[in-house]
Design a protein around this ligand. Structure first.
Ligand code: SER
Length: 323
């Protein structure tokens, strides 16, 4: 894009936000990226940081107007496992947060100041009746968690605001995202982060998912690249206004443990599935992302061995006790 973008990242202290802020600042200049979070702690030393509750629509609208924002990444949400502990809170945060930003975008469109919006969907939007292998872009979606239900409803809202109001909103159905800058954050896929914390402490990891639970995953650098490539693509290439399937690498706990053992031969894993197993059992094992490839050129780059090597080199074991 040629014109200077002014970017707001909401939920900036979360797993994706903390890395996206850095990538966007490198691309657009730190002065053009505002990191916003409900927490007053500027955890990642973002150049421009503000406290914002995404549920406060007036404050959100005022910030967008005063900073002449052109792009918003709305990442504030509760994940699948934490959502099950507080379903109504998760629904309110996940739905009203999205609706507030879609409404701000509709209002800005009406005065000739369009916003481009990114909002994350998830593999959690699928459910037990969804074909689990090479899950198609368009298929049965019957999510069973409040988080997944909010993602499916959110996808429908995104498409609705695009069709009805011309809001330029874009989304990805993220696989489980593996990363090292933040501690595991209440997701069903987060075993694949916690396992590295145990491995590097020299501890046995007790997995809350069983050995054969294959899930779609993606390493953070690929996830960030997918997000920015989607947001930088010309609007006419974006044919899906709900959310794109994006595949990274699929594996199960046994395969991940084996990849870690190739680097750390003493590493041991045990299995004690808990309530998160039932969630994982309703999610796909692999995704067909041909639509993302065809429309905006998506290609994953990072496989399991490269990811494991990079995680083992970078995980900071002092970052919160692994879940
Ligand atoms: N990683 C998320 C979770 O496990 C899925 O989007 O909740």
């Amino acid at each position: 894009m040629n014109t200077q973008q002014r970017i707001l990242v909401i939920g900036a202290n979360g797993q994706i936000g903390s890395e996206l802020v850095e990538a966007l600042a490198a691309q657009h200049g730190a002065q053009n990226v505002i990191a916003a979070d409900i927490s007053p702690n500027n955890l990642y030393n973002a150049a421009r940081y503000t406290t914002l509750n995404v549920l406060d629509k007036a404050a959100l609208a005022a910030l967008v107007a005063s900073e002449e924002i052109t792009q918003v990444y709305q990442l504030a949400a509760m994940l699948s496992a934490t959502g099950e502990a507080a379903p109504l809170k998760a629904w309110t945060l996940n739905m009203d947060g999205l609706l507030n930003i879609l409404e701000v975008a509709r209002e800005r469109n009406a005065v000739g100041k369009p916003l481009r919006i990114f909002w994350p969907s998830s593999i959690a939007a699928f459910g037990p009746s969804t074909p689990a292998q090479d899950t198609p872009q368009t298929t049965v979606m019957d999510p069973t968690t409040i988080y997944g239900i909010s993602k499916l409803a959110g996808e429908r809202l995104c498409e609705y605001y695009f069709i009805k109001y011309g809001v330029d909103v874009r989304s990805i159905r993220y696989p489980g995202i593996i990363s090292f800058k933040s501690p595991p954050g209440g997701g069903t896929t987060d075993y694949a982060i916690a396992i590295f914390h145990s491995a590097l402490r020299g501890e046995r990891y007790v997995s809350f998912l069983g050995p054969q639970t294959t899930l779609p995953m993606i390493y953070m650098p690929d996830a960030i690249r997918a997000t920015i490539e989607l947001m930088d693509a010309p609007a006419e290439l974006i044919k899906v206004r709900s959310a794109y399937n994006v595949a990274g690498v699929s594996f199960n706990p046994e395969q991940l443990a084996a990849a870690i053992s190739r680097k750390l031969p003493d590493f041991k894993i045990a299995y004690q599935p808990d309530s998160r197993q039932a969630i994982a059992d309703t999610w796909p094992q692999s995704l067909d992302d041909a639509a993302a490839t065809a429309d905006w050129g998506w290609q994953a780059r990072i496989g399991i061995d490269e990811m494991v090597a990079d995680m083992l080199a970078n995980v900071d074991v002092s970052l919160g006790k692994a879940a």
